[in-house]
Design a protein around this ligand. Structure first.
Ligand SMILES: [Zn+2]
Length: 314
């Protein structure tokens, strides 16, 4: 199961990470604890019943927004789903479907999915950056997901690029998320048109405020200089962060996933140039920077594979 701020999804995943069946509903907005738990239990029961038609079901894995305790499966204060505050999610799932259930931070689950069944397949170590509304991350070292001493490892979006930069939702300033998320790219484009650095796009009708990341992508495809510059600056900021990450962790592979990774063609050149000026050799030449292959399913696949992994031997 993957519980996001927008969608609640479940899938049947095989031991190799293949999706056999999947479904999804909008996350109940403003739902209280009872409604959220009922929706989660319902969608998991549906997946388990489909899975039983297909074969032997071993476990349930769930990805949810942190902070959470993967060991006990308790979700603490999910930012977008207030009804889930302090819910023992693993225990609720176990009760709903009578199967061992495991909970993981959603960004970690997505990273594990790409590691086992996606772009990171075959690597022993990788760093995954999820570029979307925010910037998330996950790290696998020597085949193990890095959770940290307090469960908050790999908060890559909150690496500080500029201590004097804009305030961030986490309470800090100038975090990577303020420079490399999809809304940050759109903001940068908007600002550069409004302050006259670039002319407004020729065929744009309606207010500039209405633009989103998909518009920005279309504009870049059409050669709009402001859109190309906004993506290049996104790439430069990512190159700074990935350079530092590689200097600390020296992974084999870096994987970029999330909606904004679909625009990689427009920011990878700047990313690679900045990365090369920051990373230490020979990692600089050898680290592979790839886009993910599982798309929005990485979290579902990773949560399932982690659950199998965590299952005590029969
Ligand atoms: Zn932050």
């Amino acid at each position: 199961m993957d519980l996001g701020g927008t969608n609640l999804r479940s899938a049947v995943v095989d031991a190799g990470g293949g999706i056999l069946w999947k479904t999804g509903i909008p996350t109940p907005p403003e739902a209280d604890r009872e409604e959220v738990v009922a929706a989660i239990a319902g969608i998991c029961r549906e997946a388990v019943s489909r899975a039983r038609d297909l074969g032997d079901v071993r476990a349930v894995g769930a990805g949810a927004a942190g902070p959470l305790d993967a060991g006990s499966g308790v979700v603490f204060t999910p930012p977008n789903i207030p009804g889930l505050r302090n819910v023992a999610l693993a225990a609720e799932l176990d009760r709903a479907v009578s199967l061992p259930a495991f909970v993981e931070n959603d960004a970690n689950a997505a990273a594990y999915g790409e590691y086992r069944a996606g772009a990171g397949r075959g690597a022993e170590s990788l760093v995954v950056l999820t570029l979307g509304t925010g910037v998330g991350g996950g790290i696998v070292l020597g085949g193990e997901l890095l959770r940290g001493a307090h469960g908050t490892a790999a908060e890559i979006g909150h690496m500080v690029l500029d201590p004097t930069g804009p305030p961030c939702g986490c309470g800090s300033r100038g975090c990577l998320e303020q420079y490399a998320s999809a809304p940050a790219a759109v903001r940068r484009w908007h600002r550069s048109v409004e302050d006259g650095t670039f002319p407004p796009p020729a065929d744009w009708s309606g207010p500039l405020e209405g633009a989103d990341a998909a518009d920005l992508y279309r504009l870049a495809q059409a050669g709009d200089p402001a859109a190309l510059a906004a993506f290049a600056e996104t790439g430069r900021c990512l190159g700074e962060a990935i350079g530092s990450l590689v200097n600390v962790l020296d992974p084999e592979t870096v994987v970029l996933t999330g909606g904004l990774a679909g625009a990689a063609e427009f920011f990878l050149p700047a990313l690679e140039k900045t990365f090369a000026s920051r990373a230490v050799s020979p990692a600089r030449e050898k680290v592979r920077i790839l886009t993910g292959t599982l798309g929005g399913d990485a979290g579902l696949v990773g949560a399932a594979l982690l659950a199998l992994e965590r299952l005590p031997p029969a």
